[in-house]
Write a protein that binds this ligand. Structure first.
Ligand code: PEP
Ligand code: MN
Length: 380
């Protein structure tokens, strides 16, 4: 994949050194002069008044939060909602951050937004989920950033499309930006569920695999939509080795003009950070390393056995395909398929495997079987 070769991520200069030497991101704190356990961006969904942003910034900085976020142009789903203060709010945000020794971060969606933020001295920009979906919008932002050297954070697109996310990262990187990080803020879904935007952890983890040096941050506020689950999602992100969190915080969420249900008071945020458990990616403990190696060797062995069994199964599929062809029988047999699904589900349950996993597995193998038999049928 192009991206892993071409993108040289440095985020903040020291950050890259830390990432490539596999030092835990909590060491990032020394550079940012904070004693937090992980990299945190916090601040209100929207900048609303000069007093609101200054009061919030002051409180957040008293808890050593290094970066102050604030929405200036709000992409609202339906017209009629508060759409942000526009340019008037940018200077308030920039000043509030500076006055409290913080960096400032703003969402941009057009070239004009980029220009306005640069003029006001904003330190970090991010591209929102509704913009990442549009290559035109991302390209416009990328073009406006040419020659600029500042961190750009790219939220996942609203739909679970990793290529679209990577494409947006590439567009920004090809404009010469190297200080890039991705933000997982969940994906929208039609059916209502516990989350405002359902997290799909496989996607950011796959992104990390494809682009190993890319810092990936989690945005629990936009995943959860309400404050109850924010600690749980924040901890989950830490357990999955995310590099930081972006969390909405307002000095009084009850009067917030947007996303009031998902903003924490600064003191609540501080408590959340205090309770986060930050796990090590590795350990120097010899006993731990030995045990891990033993378990991994066993897992590897089983995985290869599973692959060999699947290969044997597919060989039989080839044979059955030839047999069906000779006897002029259809590939797909609904009764046999139903019997396979039911019997595997039943057995899976007996040996405590989740039905969801069994169904995924059976469907995957069945799809391959159909494809093998189709080839057999079509071969002259
Ligand atoms: C936001 O961060 O306030 C925002 C609009 O987020 P998202 O792009 O994730 O919807
Ligand atoms: Mn918001």
């Amino acid at each position: 994949m192009l991206v892993s070769k071409e993108i040289k991520f440095t985020f903040f200069d020291l950050y890259l050194t830390l990432m490539t030497t596999s030092i835990k991101p909590d060491h990032l704190n020394s550079w940012l002069d904070t004693d937090l356990k992980t990299f945190i961006i916090a601040g209100p969904c929207s900048v609303e008044t000069e007093e609101q942003i200054h009061t919030t910034a002051k409180a957040l900085s008293s808890y050593h939060i290094p970066v102050l976020r604030g929405g200036i142009w709000k992409p609202r789903t339906r017209p009629g909602s508060f759409t942000g203060l526009g340019t008037k709010g940018i200077q308030w945000l920039a000043d509030a951050a500076k006055a409290n020794n913080m960096k400032s971060a703003v969402e941009v969606a057009t070239a004009q937004h980029v220009e306005d933020c640069l003029k006001a001295g904003i330190d970090i920009l991010w591209i929102g989920a509704r913009s990442t979906v549009s290559p035109f919008v991302v390209q416009e932002i990328a073009d406006a950033l040419r020659g600029v050297d500042m961190p750009i954070l790219i939220k996942n697109p609203i739909n679970p499309d990793i290529e679209l996310w990577i494409g947006a990262i590439e567009r920004i990187n090809h404009a010469g930006i190297t200080k890039i990080a991705a933000i997982h803020r969940g994906f929208s879904q039609y059916e209502k569920n516990t989350y405002r935007n359902t997290p799909n952890w496989n996607i950011p983890l796959e992104l990390k695999r494809l682009v190993p040096n890319l810092p990936v941050i989690c945005d629990p506020s936009h995943i959860c939509g309400s404050i109850d689950l924010i600690p749980h999602i924040s901890q989950k992100a830490m357990d999955l080795n995310f590099d930081g969190l972006m969390i909405e915080s307002h000095y009084d969420p009850s009067i917030a003009l947007s996303d009031k249900d998902q903003q924490l008071k600064p003191a609540e945020l501080a408590r959340l950070i205090e309770h986060l458990i930050i796990r090590d990616i590795d350990s120097e403990n010899i006993e731990f390393k030995d045990q891990l190696l033993r378990l991994r060797t066993e897992i590897d062995k089983i995985d290869f056995e599973v692959l060999e069994l699947i290969a044997s199964r597919l060989k039989l599929i080839q044979e059955i395909g030839i047999y069906k062809k000779e006897n002029n029988i259809t590939i797909f047999q609904p009764e046999r398929w139903a019997q396979i699904v039911e019997s595997r589900k039943k057995y899976g349950k007996e040996i405590h495997l989740s039905e969801e996993m069994i169904l995924d597995l059976v469907k995957l193998i069945h799809r391959e079987s159909i494809s093998i038999q189709t080839k057999v049928m079509q071969d002259e």
